[in-house]
Design a protein around this ligand. Structure first.
Ligand code: HEC
Length: 111
């Protein structure tokens, strides 16, 4: 019974890994899968919140920032470094796992 549970957990991890590959693999982190749902929480709760400048669906907020739709590949570097009026976030603001989750979430934005 317990073995069956472990096997199904393993199988679903493999499944999640493959289904996320296209999105996460492009950041060069093929072995760590981002969790888009967890990323959404970070997107709205970190201070200052991404959503306040980039909007709920990434389209941008007038006077704050433009669209980040299709820019998931830039999340990993931009969030650490900052750009223009966007602050850089340290690992105490956003952990490495949360950063990957954020990238997975931004990858769900569609034009
Ligand atoms: C204070 C406003 C502000 C906040 C908060 C903010 N950004 Fe930005 N962001 C910007 C601005 C300004 C740019 C530069 C491009 C533009 O003007 O749209 C930018 C650019 C980006 C880019 C594109 C970089 C590029 O090279 O094209 C990404 C991706 C991004 N932000 C993600 C995020 C994420 C994820 C968060 C939350 C962790 C966040 N931003 C928080 C203002 C903000």
């Amino acid at each position: 019974m317990r073995v069956g549970i472990i096997v199904s957990i393993l199988l679903s991890s493999v499944f999640l890994f493959y289904t996320n590959c296209g999105k996460v693999g492009e950041y060069g982190i093929a072995t760590i899968a981002g969790d888009a749902a967890a990323g959404e929480v970070v997107y709205t709760s970190v201070t200052p919140a991404c959503v306040s400048c980039h909007g709920a669906s990434g389209g941008g907020v007038f006077g704050q920032a433009g669209s980040i739709v299709g820019k998931a590949g830039k999340v990993m570097s931009t969030v650490r470094s900052g750009i223009s009026t966007m602050p850089g976030y340290s690992t105490s603001d956003i952990s490495d796992q949360e950063l990957i989750d954020l990238a997975a979430y931004v990858a769900t934005f569609t034009p």
